[in-house]
Design a protein. Structure first.
Length: 132
């Protein structure tokens, strides 16, 4: 409640003031990457996940350069690395408070395994039989 309002020329006390205002305090967002290690072959993909909290639409900047806009809750991110990579979330912010950066944590490791190779050596003869 405002008891008195004064500027350089006029003043008003409580009886002169009318109306009300609602003030919403938004909590800074958080993004927690679900930790994990994935092993895959080249060309395959992995789905990493994060838990987001905050108010409204949240902007997430992933370490692979992708930016997504999501609501609070669990979100997934499909990755297809060409080499072993550790993924993190670089930043999270809210569209309602764009200048407020939230807290981020966690990482996911995606290991890209080489395809198996075979080395053939030696030789043999194969004779064909001709039944006539």
């Amino acid at each position: 409640m405002v008891a008195k309002l004064t500027d350089s020329v006029c003043s008003a006390d409580t009886n002169d003031l009318k109306g009300k205002a609602v003030i919403s305090i938004l909590v800074p967002p958080t993004a927690d990457l679900v930790p994990g290690t994935f092993d895959l072959c080249g060309g395959d993909s992995a789905t990493i996940a994060a838990k987001l909290s905050g108010d409204g639409s949240l902007i997430v900047n992933w370490s692979d350069g992708v930016t997504t806009t999501n609501g609070p809750g669990q979100v997934t991110h499909l990755v297809r690395p060409t080499k072993s990579t550790t993924y993190t979330i670089l930043s999270v912010s809210s569209l309602q408070c764009p200048n407020t950066q939230g807290s981020v944590s966690g990482s996911a490791i995606v290991n890209v395994r080489p395809f198996p190779t075979a080395v053939l050596s030696g030789g043999t003869r194969v004779c064909s039989t001709n039944p006539s």
